[in-house]
Write a protein that binds this ligand. Structure first.
Ligand code: NDP
Length: 326
């Protein structure tokens, strides 16, 4: 580690709705935030198409465009926005240290981490190619575009069950592909799925290919017991096989649950280390919406501001005491 590290007052890692909202609030509170965007500036919303459920956009907006708006607003308030990936942290003492792009170290009085979570994908070429054109990892975001259509969903956990139920209220038929002969979802969710007449469950079934040139037209499935393959015409294929929080570099420093989501003190964005705050999907396995991420970004900036003013107050009281003693 070099000794002439750059020092910043408030460092924000991540550029999704949580990071940019934290930046807007932190900049307005004069915390002089520096924000590192990470590998995918704008986060998960940059791989979605239209966003219709973010308040304030009555006609909807494209995900990437919305994130450009977030960035512009954070910049206009005075955030120093930089391209770079946080590759290591050292939270052993304040000022906290964060390594960028495996070379440069930054020291910060407070850190807001909002590195998000990434959807797990099947790993098919066609899945990547048709992402945003019928392939989606968020039924709440994109289900509406397939009103009255037949859609597919992959997965057998609580997320898949919840999303299948959500889609069943909008779509004509939901074809649900489960790779084993049983769900992983909780019993109550299983019962709800099995009792919904327009959800058709395919057991022991894997999606081999998503078919379509410029939009999803069908999925090719295989029964992994009989090896029988079939094509099911669908207008969309939702992948709900889990999310992975981007918390790798925080391991060993911040308390996490068994899946790697960072734990916060109830009703706050505070972690087990004073001065380190987390916001967005990194700490939220349940809601995972742009608007909830933005809300927690705001909370993180307010928590950081309170923490920093308390620190400054303590330091100036100590200086007064020192002066009196001299
Ligand atoms: P899970 O890990 O619980 O389930 C993932 C599902 O996807 C499993 O059925 C798994 O199959 C399947 N899967 C994984 N990889 C593949 C693949 N390559 N191809 C096909 N299928 C695959 O993830 P969830 O996102 O569903 O849930 C995460 C956590 O969040 C859980 O603890 C869950 O209970 C919780 N949750 C709670 C909710 C609530 O309480 N309302 C709502 C949503 C989530 P297999 O079983 O064979 O491994």
């Amino acid at each position: 580690m070099t000794t002439n590290n750059e020092h910043v007052h408030c460092l924000i890692i991540g550029s999704g709705p949580a990071g940019y909202t934290a930046a807007i609030y932190a900049a307005r509170a004069n915390l002089k935030p520096v924000l590192y965007q990470g590998i995918q500036p704008g986060g998960q919303l940059t791989i979605t198409t239209e966003v219709e459920n973010y308040p304030g956009y009555p006609d909807g907006i494209q995900g990437p465009e919305m994130m450009v708006d977030f960035e512009k607003q954070a910049k206009r308030m005075g955030t120093d926005i930089r391209y770079g990936l946080a590759t290591e942290v050292d939270f052993s003492a304040s000022p906290f240290k964060v390594q960028i792009d495996e070379e440069k170290w930054i020291e910060a009085d407070a850190v807001i981490v909002s590195t998000g979570a990434s959807a797990q994908w099947l790993g098919l070429e066609s899945e990547q190619r048709l992402n945003g054109y019928g392939v989606s990892a968020c039924a709440v975001c994109d289900g509406f575009f397939f009103k009255e259509k037949e859609v597919g969903i992959v997965g057998g956990g609580d997320t898949a069950a919840e999303e299948a139920l959500y889609l069943s209220k909008i779509c004509k038929v939901v074809h649900m592909f489960v790779r084993r002969d049983q769900f992983r979802a909780s019993k109550i969710m299983q019962d709800r799925v099995l009792n919904t007449s327009n959800i058709k469950v395919y057991w022991n079934t894997e999606v081999q290919e998503i078919l379509g040139d410029d939009k999803v037209e069908a999925v090719k499935i295989i029964n992994n017991k009989t090896k029988e393959t079939r094509e099911i015409p669908v207008s969309a294929c939702f992948v709900a096989i889990g999310h992975k929080p981007n918390s790798e570099i925080l391991k060993g420093w911040l308390d996490m649950d068994e899946s790697g989501y960072v734990k916060t003190l109830p009703g706050s964005t505070k972690t087990n280390i004073q001065g380190i705050f987390v916001a967005g999907d990194l700490q939220d396995r349940i809601y995972r919406q742009a608007v909830t991420a933005a809300g927690s970004g705001c909370m993180a900036a307010l928590d950081a501001e309170r923490y920093l003013s308390l620190m400054e107050h303590n330091v100036s009281s100590m200086n007064v005491e020192k002066n009196i003693a001299q």
